[in-house]
Write a protein that binds this ligand. Structure first.
Ligand code: FES
Ligand code: FES
Length: 159
């Protein structure tokens, strides 16, 4: 039996001590051990972005990350974006722009968009498309997803 590792993760502002097998992904730690099921498992192979969360403000695929590698990190999931006084502006924009159908990709899309905003690299709508390309939507809600992000980032429409 492999030895378990004890790690500490601060998730949405709350510290958790976890005893995990070293191969446990951050995604499984969130979903199976902490029951934070807002973060979705699509491919489990780094190809769909459904599992995107923020680690110290940067977006990552939680399925490709071992939880033990993030010992001591600050993690934000979709559950942590909703403040006491209401939804995150991106959450509101996704609703207003009808930017989802089944909703399975949505937590990852929104966390990824928060990471995108933190990166400060977007100048145009095409940049949004390019830099959000790691988040797949099997329902094809892309135009509305881009519209929602564009509004929150105040990127002017294409001339
Ligand atoms: Fe992680 Fe698909 S579940 S990228
Ligand atoms: Fe269904 Fe994106 S809304 S996968």
């Amino acid at each position: 039996v492999a030895e378990k590792h004890t790690i500490t993760l601060t998730i949405n502002g709350v510290q958790h001590r976890l005893e995990l097998a070293p191969w446990t992904s951050l995604l499984d730690a969130l979903r199976e051990y902490l029951h934070l099921t807002g973060t979705k498992k699509g491919c489990d192979h780094g190809q769909c972005g459904a599992c995107t969360v923020l680690v110290d403000g940067k977006r990552i695929n939680a399925c490709l990350t071992l939880a033990v590698m993030k010992d001591g990190a600050e993690i934000t999931t979709i559950e942590g974006l909703t403040a006491e006084n209401g939804l995150h502006p991106l959450q509101t924009a996704f609703i207003e722009h009808d930017a989802f159908q089944c909703g399975y990709c949505t937590p990852g899309q929104i966390c990824s968009a928060v990471g995108l905003m933190n990166e400060g690299r977007v100048k145009t709508v095409d940049d949004i498309r390019e830099l959000m390309s790691g988040n797949i939507c099997r329902c094809g809600a892309y135009p509305n997803i881009v519209d929602a992000i564009q509004e929150v980032m105040q990127i002017p429409p294409k001339a």
